[in-house]
Design a protein around this ligand. Sequence first.
Ligand code: GLU
Length: 376
Amino acid sequence: MAALEKKILSDSKRIVIKVGSALIRSNDKNLINEIILNRIVKEIINLNEAGKEILLVSSGALALGKKSLTFKKNNLKVSEKQAASSVGQVLLINAWKKAFLKYKKQCGQILLTHLDAEIRSSAINARNTIETLLKLNSIPIINENDSVATQELRYGDNDQLAARVAQITSSNLLIILSDVDGLYTSNPKKSSNALLLKYIKRITKSIEKQAENTSSSITVGGMKTKIKAAKIALAAGCNMIITRGNKLRPISSIVQKANFSLFLTNTSPRTARKKWISSQMKIKGNITIDKGAEEALKNGASLLPAGIISVSGSFYKGDIINVLSKKKRIVCVGITAYPAKDAKIIAGAKSNAIENLLGYHSRDVIIHRDDMVLKN
Ligand code: GLU
């Protein structure tokens, strides 16, 4: 099996790395554990140099904010936690910025709520921003927008947020850097019989049960939230690794027999996305296209505004729509990048006229080929 993790790392073009609060916050008088941060940054730079796109999901805002504001009590009110997070987020992003600047790398901060990842129009925007940052050779650094999140702020939420980020960006691998080696059959701190589960092909009921019993002082979520994250990631065609982040080379050591748990997906991000599109029941509208566009779609092209004859229905950016031939046969179903009202305006136009016609330019295409499923 040793070659498996090596293959997965080398085949993964786009990787999400999630860093837990326990790694960020220093246990001594310092606020931030710069040693750990610098090591992780070095690994990211190496991965970039090997041609990989890296997205960072970093926790730590609340932990840093609490420490910096010297809160003594543990049971903070939601508003106090949100205020602490807003203070901590500034410290957190500055720490990453400082560490990346040593390599002349810029980073961009993206704060998301769980809802953003679920609402397709926000998810599309987040994906576009992240992909643009990657093209600009910068590191997207993502955290939950804790100060506006409507749900009670909990540690562990970022595991699932990271999985959602992996899903919306069609990432191939999610690496969760934690303060534990991976998933054990029982709590390794309490039982010497605890075994590390290295390769996990299916999340069974007994695995879920094992995860219930784990926790650590800072990552209160323990393994439970990581299993939830694994479910999201695997369904999205993304493999997931949990490993300990507080070592010299937390990521490259994965291929050198370090301890880890590797959750294996049985699909690819592309297939998972297409399956999801096909399963959507709510079709919000129709776009009818000309013969030339129909041929182009069948040959694997995206749908450009130039090929559109008419638009019907009331849909928004991110909705699922049908694309019809002139004879009203369904050619494909897909996610639209423009709302109906704007699709009507740009119908038949060249993509370079979009900006003039709408006053903004979202994408050259109405439906990207990765966002559509052809019908026979
Ligand atoms: N978003 C929270 C923070 O930055 C942490 C959530 C988590 O640890 O999962 O403090």
